[in-house]
Design a protein around this ligand. Sequence first.
Ligand code: BF8
Ligand code: SF4
Length: 640
Amino acid sequence: MRKEELDFTTIEQLEADTGKLCEMAAGLGAPTWQERKEKQKPQCKFGEEGVCCRICSMGPCRITPKADRGICGADVDTIAARHYLRRAAAGSAAHSDHAREMAHALLKSSADSQFRIRDEAKLLRVAAEWGVESEGRDVYDVAHDVALHGLNEFGKPFGALDCLKRATDERQRVWREQEIEPRAIDREVSTSLHMTHMGNTADAPTLVRQSLRVGMADGWGGSMIGTDFSDILFGTPTARATEGNLGVLEDEMVNIVVHGHDPAFSEMMVLAAETPEIQEYAKSAGVKGVNMAGLCCTANEVAMRHGVRMVGNFLQQENAVLTGAVEMMCVDIQCIFPALGPLTDCYHTIFVTSSPVARIPGSKYVQFETETAFDQAKGLVKEAIDNYKNRDKEKVYIPKSKEEATVGYPCEQIILELDDVTNSHEVKTVNGATEERGSYKPAIDAIRAGVLRGAVAMVGCNNPKVRPDYSHIDIMRTLMEHDILVVTTGCAAQAATKVGFMNKEAKELCGDGLKRVCTLIGIPPVLHMGACVDISRMMLLATGIAKDWGVDITKIPVVGCAPEWMSEKAVAIANYVVATGLDVYLGIQPQVQGSEQMTELITEGTRGISGAGYIINTDPDELVKAIIDGIEAKRKLLDI
Ligand code: BF8
Ligand code: SF4
C-alpha cells in the first residue's frame, strides 16, 4: 500500500466525533469536562506558577511583588520545590501501591485459582535475582517467597532497592555517589513528605535531588515490581492484534468498559466474560454477546495480554459513557474522573468501583478480594447483561472511527523480533538461573548505520491545556518521518492506536530507514510497551541497549517525551527517567516557573547529578524539533 492510499483516522475526525458526542450530551443535560473547563477559566496563576503554599495552616501564602516570602519565611524557590517534590512522592506512592496489591495477589496465588503462575520462567528469573531458592521446590512456594521479598522492598530498614542491580554498573555508581539511590519504596515517599513538612528542608537543590530519589523508588522499585508480578500472574505480553477507539463499542452487544490501572480486576472481568457460563447466560438473555473494552492503562494491560479492544484514553473516558451504549463501566484505581458518578446518572450505565483506594460517589461499590474476585466478576458481567434491556436507543451514538493495531512489545518481544532477523539468540546463566536473551545489537547496528536515527519513549496523559491527542500524534508522525522509532505506553499509546500508527501499514508514513526496519522485522513503527507502570520496561530497554552497545546510557540517542502529561505519576516518571540518564521532553509546564532557581534546576541542574534533564516547550512543533536536534546531537557525540 502506498502512503496516499492509507486512510487512517485523522485528528480532525477524532475531534468531530467528540464534538458530536458533546452536542448530544448538552441536549441531555449531561455534564462534560469541556463544559467544566470553561467554568474554571481563568485558572489560578499562582497555582500555575507554583508560588502558592498551603502546607501549614498559617497559610495559604503566595509570593507576589509585595510579598517575597510566606509567613514562615519560605521563599518562592522553597515553595515551588516543595510542591514539586510532593507531586513526585504522590506519583511514586500511586504506582507503588498498585505494585503492593500485585504482590499481595502473588502471595495468594494458587494452582486452582485464577491467580496462578502464568509465566514460570519469569518467576524463576526474579527468584534467582533476589536469592530466593527455587531448586526442587513447589512453584507456588517460590512464588510466595518472591512476593514476600517484593513486599519487603517497600519497608526494609537497610540497604537499597534490589532492582537497581539490573542497571549498568555506571548508573549504579552514579546513583550511589549522588545519593539518589532509593532505599525502601515507602521510606522515600515518607521522607519526601517529611522533608516538605512545614519547617524542614528549604533548600531547592536538596528537594530536587529527593525528587529524583523518590522517582527512582517508583521506576526501579514499585513500577518494576508491579510489572514483573503482573507478568508472572497474568503472562508476559506478546505481540497481538487488536483495535482502538470508540468504534470498538458494539451496537448489538453488551458493552462493558474496564477502566483504571490494576490488571487484577480487569483480568478477572475479561476471563469471566469468556466462560461458557456467561456466554450461556447472555444467550438466554437474548443478547448477541458481551463486548469487553478497555480504557486508559487498564486497556493497555488487557489489550497486550488478551487482545481486548481499547475504547480510548484519559480524556475519552466520558465519551465512552456519552455513546449511550455502555452497560457497565468498571473501574479500579487512578485516573478515574469523579465526574463519572453524575454522568452515568444521565444514562443507563452502571458505574462500578472496586478498590478501597478509589471510592467515588454515585458508583456501586464492589470491593474486589483475590479469593472471590472471579465470582464477583461473573456476577458483575451478568448484571451488565441484565442491564442491556435498559439501553435507550434514542441516546445511542457510537462513532464509527476505529483502527487496527498490533500491540504487546515488552522487552522480551522486542528481543524476539530482533532474534528472528539475526538468529542472535543466546542462553546465559545468571545467578544459577537460565536467562534466555538475544541482544539489541541488530537495533544498535541500525542506529549506528543511521538507518534509524534513534528512539523516543512517548508516554503520558491527555491534558485539556492542549488539544487532546494532537501533540502526541503530531510529534509521533514527525519522528516517524525522521526515521526515529517510537516506543510508547499509557495514553500516548492510545493516541497512536486511534490514528493507525500501530498498524503495520503505518510504515508507509515513515522515512525510508524506519520503513525498511519495520518491513524487515515485521513491526509497526510505534511499539506498544504497555501501561504507565511499564515505563519500567522502557528503562530496562534503554539499559539493555546501553549494555549491548557498551556506552554510557546518557550517550545513546534515546530520549523520553510526555507532551500532554497531567498526573502526579507523570512527575514521578519524569524524575526516574532523568535519574536513569535520559532526557525528558515535556509539552506541559511542571508548575514551577514562578521560581527561576527551580526552572534552572529541573532543566540544567539535574544534568550535574544524573547527566540528563528536562527540555520544556508547549509548542508541539518546536518540541519535536528539539527532540530531533537532541537525538542528532547525541549521535554527533558518539561520532556516528
Ligand atoms: O497511568 S497516561 S492519564 S491513564 S497517568 Fe492516567 Fe496519564 Fe493516562 Fe495511565 Ni499514566
Ligand atoms: Fe505559608 Fe510557610 Fe505555612 Fe507555607 S509553610 S503556608 S509558606 S507559613
